[in-house]
Design a protein around this ligand. Structure first.
Ligand code: GSH
Length: 91
């Protein structure tokens, strides 16, 4: 797995915080969008939407929404739960 991220941007930071809470370590590549790296053909092949973060799985699947990435990490690491497993029961 490889996470494409940015050190200050809020959506990548959401994933960084979530990974820290889960205690999951992921190989991370920092992309400098202030200097056009999101528009590079190499990055557009990973995420045509040219946004961060992106999590690329070992099979090449790219997940490009921060909440979807967090959801995936949660589902792959159920030993420490950050989210409830089922909606709150009606009162
Ligand atoms: N809904 C997306 C939003 C992603 C997004 O807008 N990321 C920003 C950084 S916080 C970005 O890549 N901006 C680059 C740009 O606008 O050129 C998510 O939650 O991941």
């Amino acid at each position: 797995m490889k996470l494409y991220s940015h050190r200050q941007a809020p959506n990548p930071f959401r994933v960084t915080l979530f990974l820290a809470e889960k205690g999951v370590k992921v190989n991370t590549a920092y992309v400098d969008f202030m200097h056009g790296e999101l528009k590079a053909e190499e990055f557009k092949a990973i995420n045509p939407c040219q946004r961060l973060p992106v999590l690329v799985l070992d099979d090449g699947t790219a997940i490009s929404e921060s909440c979807a990435i967090c959801r995936y990490i949660e589902e792959m690491n159920l030993s420490s739960l950050c989210w409830a497993r089922r909606p709150r029961k009606e009162r």
